[in-house]
Write a protein that binds this ligand. Structure first.
Ligand code: ADP
Ligand code: TYD
Length: 202
């Protein structure tokens, strides 16, 4: 496992991404790979300020998409591209697929507008995208146990259903880089699958 890889984690809110990100980081570190672990929206000082706005302030759906991609442009420039160029692995909690799922599927922004923004910022694709997929009832039960909900987490069930479908459509459209993981199972079973996927990444 020498070549630097760009890995992204995706899924609806409450799918278990944060839980598995921590495990994946430890798995890499045990193999002497010290990844750059980052997140979107965010990952840079400016991106974190945009994140705070995005998660709280009501705004037009195009403003929301533009700010997501503005944060991403900064993230690519300051974190992702320099790390990959230096031979570091990068693990990002969400990336462009989230914009297609949330702003596209969830909010209904036309796909071609999102594709234009993706093209504008350079169109870089992850080497591997782990999609943690759960039925809505499961994610909602998990979220109910969590603290304060942000602007996206507060959306109705039909919003999250559209986000989930859009993610699954992305996975079907890009099977070479996506791995869909049934994240409704217990954590040990999911980790077993993750280890198999990671070992295949050599
Ligand atoms: P996300 O980052 O996708 O929003 P989290 O990792 O924060 O989700 O998980 C949400 C909650 O669900 C947490 O309390 C976490 O411990 C729990 N959880 C995550 N995955 C599982 C699982 N496979 N089985 C049971 N509980 C889980
Ligand atoms: P998330 O990454 O789930 O953080 P936490 O686990 O701390 O809640 O929160 C970010 C939210 O931003 C999430 O609800 C999805 C949303 N989002 C988009 O709508 N579009 C995007 O392009 C990205 C990256 C995130």
């Amino acid at each position: 496992m020498s070549n630097a890889r760009f890995i992204t984690l995706e899924g609806i809110d409450g799918a278990g991404k944060s839980t598995h990100l921590a495990w994946l980081t430890a798995w890499l570190q045990a193999r002497r790979i010290d990844p750059v672990v980052t997140r979107e929206p965010g990952g840079t000082p400016l991106g974190e300020q945009l994140r705070a706005l995005l998660l709280k302030e009501p705004m037009h759906l195009e403003t929301e998409a533009l700010l997501m991609f503005a944060a991403r442009r900064e993230h690519l420039e300051r974190v992702i591209q320099p790390a990959l160029a230096a031979g570091r692995w990068v693990v990002s909690d969400r990336f462009t697929d989230a914009s297609f799922a949330y702003q596209g599927g969830g909010r209904g922004l036309p796909q071609d507008k999102l594709e234009q923004l993706e093209h504008w910022i350079g169109g870089i694709q992850p080497d591997l995208t782990l999609l943690f997929d759960v039925p809505l009832a499961v994610s909602q039960a998990r979220m109910a146990a969590s603290r304060e909900l942000d602007r996206f987490e507060q959306e109705q069930a039909d919003f999250h259903a559209r986000v989930r479908s859009a993610y699954l459509a992305r996975a079907a459209a890009y099977p070479a880089r996506f791995r869909v993981i049934d994240a409704s199972r217990d954590i040990a079973a999911i980790q077993h699958d993750l280890a198999t996927i990671m070992e295949g990444l050599a």
